[in-house]
Design a protein around this ligand. Structure first.
Ligand code: SF4
Ligand SMILES: [Zn+2]
Ligand SMILES: [Zn+2]
Length: 312
């Protein structure tokens, strides 16, 4: 049989990579896992001994990162895993993805810890959005990052892995350019953050160089792709607009996403140097790390409290 020059072998091809190369199922799994392990080595994301946390939403990205880190943990028992899920309280969405997360963890014997906005802050995200006139993702992201960091530290996790992929990173880079918030880009990269601080748990992104298409394909062939669930608030977000724009560019000019990320990685050390002197304070109300005297989470909680009192 004549094998097409762009095909890996004579098995049925599953995916065409950005380079044009077509891979069958087995060669794709090998390619994808090698790429993630290479990313981990290249950016020194995981040490020989870790008490790792994985931020698990139950979506394909976080399930994929957990699935691969679980393989790593089986090869290196000194790498321990703990899944952390945040229940924001988004009706008809998060309950479904949390069920998937729970099933995966039970099947793979991974400890899953769930923390909810309702228990931690007294209100679900849905309830907060009825009180405050704010963009859902802004307030949701602030509370989620706050809880993930606080709980990871309390659980004495050495690092927290997230399922951010190449598309997510490119969107963040472009969003910061478009909004003129370049200092926020200095915190991006495979290892998140600018300076080491004892109250911050280092966040890492093992899927940093994997496109959304690759992650979706890997999740599909490993049975990690559930019914397509999207947060009802996502469609209104600025990120969704940037995502559509970037996908259009990628379709017209294949390789656009890699170009954005690879040029960004070249300037990232300079950005980190430029903005590393930002002082990290301790919030006067909750003692969590913050850029200001009062952290963003406490500021929004105060606004919610005032509105509730005013409405009563
Ligand atoms: S899309 Fe926005 S509101 Fe929905 S979970 Fe993500 S950050 Fe929260
Ligand atoms: Zn093959
Ligand atoms: Zn605070």
């Amino acid at each position: 049989m004549i094998i097409n020059k762009l095909s890996c072998c004579n098995e049925k091809s599953l995916i065409a990579l950005t380079s044009g190369e077509r891979l069958c199922k087995n060669h794709f799994i090998e390619y994808f896992e090698n790429k993630v392990f290479k990313t981990i080595r290249q950016f020194e994301l995981v040490e020989k001994e870790e008490n790792l946390g994985i931020a698990l939403s139950g979506g394909k990205d976080s399930l994929t990162v957990l699935h691969i880190l679980n393989k790593l943990s089986r090869q290196n028992p000194k790498i321990k895993l703990n899944a952390i899920a945040i229940d924001e309280g988004i009706e008809g969405y998060r309950d479904k993805t949390l069920k998937t997360a729970d099933e995966f963890c039970q099947k793979n014997q991974i400890n899953l810890h769930i923390f909810s906005y309702k228990e931690e802050f007294g209100l679900t995200l849905d309830e907060m959005l009825k009180i405050l006139d704010v963009k859902p993702c802004t307030i949701c992201g602030i509370f989620r990052r706050y809880l993930l960091n606080k709980k990871s530290r309390e659980m004495k996790l050495t690092k927290l892995a997230t399922g951010h992929n190449l598309d997510d990173e490119c969107q963040s880079i472009l969003m910061n350019q478009l909004k003129n918030t370049i200092q926020a880009s200095a915190r991006l990269g495979p290892k998140v953050g600018l300076v080491h601080h004892e109250r911050f748990v280092q966040r890492i992104k093992p899927l940093y160089l994997c496109t959304e298409k690759e992650v979706t394909t890997y999740a599909y062939v490993n049975g990690l792709l559930d019914d397509f669930n999207e947060c009802p608030n996502a469609v209104h977000s600025f990120r969704a607009k940037v995502r559509d724009m970037m996908n259009e560019m990628e379709q017209k000019f294949p390789g656009t996403k890699y170009s954005i990320a690879s040029s960004f990685l070249q300037i990232l050390p300079l950005l980190k140097q430029q903005f590393r002197d930002g002082i990290i304070k301790i919030c006067k109300q909750c003692q969590e790390p913050s850029a200001n005297d009062i952290c963003n989470a406490c500021t929004y909680l105060e606004r919610l409290k005032n509105k509730i009192i005013y409405q009563e």
